[in-house]
Design a protein around this ligand. Structure first.
Ligand SMILES: Cc1cc2nc3c(=O)[nH]c(=O)nc-3n(C[C@H](O)[C@H](O)[C@H](O)COP(=O)(O)OP(=O)(O)OC[C@H]3O[C@@H](n4cnc5c(N)ncnc54)[C@H](O)[C@@H]3O)c2cc1C
Length: 471
């Protein structure tokens, strides 16, 4: 059990960063205590905003000595509540938002070394300056920070071609629970020297250490891109199109984003855009190739062949950057339009890619049987087997009554996910939202190994206690 920090402990912690960066005023703290959807609002005696790794080290040494709980926070865009302190009010928030130095950009090594508090957008922009590309891309990229991306092993739009955040990381600097600093900022592509420690901290959601710096991979900038909006008869057709595109194109497919007709209808209803196709289709994808050469022609040929095979019902290829943005808008609007359609119960799930068609059918059937009139809206990263299997409320149903079914609806969807060998958290993590499901999805052996790792790195349980691991 951690203890509520005494006034003496709080003034020692404040002295590390200076009074100006040790926030205790409730109003100033608000931005750190709640997340954007206001699902969780925590309480804390103090928010600390260090600027240097040495300061983080001193903070954790004091926290370890006094058994003070620390909640690391970067951009506060996490969707499972991991970055928000509990309501008890005894955890100190450690914000990385002042740790924003670009430490090194090495275009020859294709790497960038940054403080953990640098925003994802800044990393992308710094890469651009040396004609390189950083492929991690989330809608939250203006606010989320690299430390948070690493701690959640964020996914997003670039995973299909470049992998998750874990795959983009070469080295880490981490402050351990007792204040010791592990300087693992190596920028090597090959390093087989024992256990890969960095991978323990990636995806640990702040429960094993505080990430203060990272070396991330950069890539050559694609010189050409082709984007199409495609109408399809089925989910299987989307996978067939992906297979065909991969066979026919020497440049990679860098995105294939699926959504159903009702998602597109929501968008048509709430935004002034028009349906480019003469007939409605059950499913749509936004597909993009990136690389070099005349990719518009390559994609047009692929879509022609797919149409001949009955995979594609109709398609439109963007003819300009403005048109490309318009097509992407249709995909991006899916998140916003769900809000405008009332209550939405969220599921961030994945299954093996080959299982997707039967999984989607089974999950849709289970949702309709559980709640007739509910409007399921599975959309997202189909090429990664990851769908945001959200469910919008039945028309006319009371929003609160619908949201009151959150847990029961989760059970319905997760049962189908688990039957198909899937994961109940594909890219958002566990945090506090899914913590109590861990006993259902992990074997006793797996859970015990996780607890042993936690105990080794954080014997006093001061780092984000009560998150990820059930008590
Ligand atoms: C509109 C929107 C779209 C999104 N789209 C996607 C998406 O497509 N894919 C996806 O994967 N996610 C998505 N997210 C979720 C979120 O943006 C990611 O989880 C992101 O990686 C979180 O980064 P952050 O800096 O905001 O971390 P925070 O929210 O501050 O923290 C997240 C977790 O990491 C821990 N943590 C933070 N910093 C550190 C650190 N330096 N050291 C140790 N632990 C730390 C926190 O304690 C917490 O448990 C989206 C969120 C929003 C709001």
């Amino acid at each position: 059990m951690t203890t509520k920090p005494s006034d003496r402990t709080l003034s020692r912690l404040a002295a590390v960063v200076g009074e100006k960066y040790a926030i205790t005023d409730a109003r100033e703290m608000t931005a750190y205590m709640t997340e954007w959807r206001e699902i969780w609002t925590g309480k804390s005696p103090m928010v600390l905003r260090p600027a240097l790794t040495g300061e983080v080290s001193k903070i954790l040494a004091i926290a370890h000595e006094t058994e003070t709980a620390i909640v690391p926070q970067s951009g506060n865009t996490g969707l499972v509540g991991g970055q928000i302190p509990f309501e008890r009010g005894d955890e100190v928030v450690l914000s990385l938002d002042r740790m924003t130095r670009i430490r090194k950009v090495d275009a020859v090594n294709n790497s960038i070394t940054v403080d953990a508090g640098v925003t994802l957008k800044t990393v992308q922009d710094e890469a651009e300056k040396v004609e390189r590309f950083f492929p991690l891309s989330l809608e939250s990229e203006g606010s989320c920070r690299i430390g948070g991306n690493l701690s959640t092993n964020a996914g997003g739009l670039g995973v299909l071609a470049y992998g998750n955040t874990r795959d983009l990381c070469l080295g880490l600097e981490v402050v351990l629970a007792d204040g010791r600093v592990w300087s693992g900022l190596k920028s090597l592509r090959k390093d087989n020297t024992g256990y890969d420690l960095k991978n323990l901290f990636i995806g640990a959601e702040g429960t094993l250490g505080v990430i203060t710096g990272a070396v991330m991979k950069l890539f050559p900038h694609p010189s050409s891109r082709a984007t199409a909006f495609v109408a399809l008869p089925s989910v299987k057709a989307a996978l067939d199109l992906l297979g065909l595109a991969r066979q026919r194109s020497s440049s990679p497919v860098t995105a294939i984003e699926l959504f159903p007709r009702n998602g597109f209808e929501f968008t048509l209803k709430h935004f002034p855009i028009r349906d480019p196709f003469a007939a409605a289709a059950p499913w749509y994808v936004l597909i993009e190739l990136s690389g070099s050469g005349d990719l518009d022609s390559v994609l047009t040929e692929i879509l022609g062949e797919a149409a001949e095979q009955g995979i594609v019902l109709d398609a439109t290829v963007a003819q300009s950057e403005a048109q490309r943005k318009d097509l992407w808008f249709i995909r991006q609007a899916i998140v916003e339009v769900q809000k405008r359609e009332g209550g939405s119960i969220k599921h961030d799930v994945s299954v093996p890619i080959s299982e997707l068609p039967i999984f989607v059918d089974a999950a849709l059937a289970a949702i309709h049987a559980f709640m007739p009139g509910a409007r399921p809206m599975p959309f997202g990263h189909i090429g990664d087997g990851n769908l945001h299997f959200n469910v919008s409320q039945p028309i006319g149903m009371d929003k609160q009554a619908f949201l009151g079914q959150w847990q029961a609806m989760n059970d319905v969807v997760f049962d189908v996910v688990l039957k198909h060998g899937g994961s109940i958290s594909a890219e958002h993590g566990i945090g506090r939202l899914k913590r109590d499901l861990m006993t259902k999805i992990k074997s006793p052996v797996e859970l015990q190994m996780m607890r042993d790792v936690k105990k080794l790195f954080d014997p006093k349980n001061i780092l984000n206690p009560g998150k990820v691991l059930p008590s």
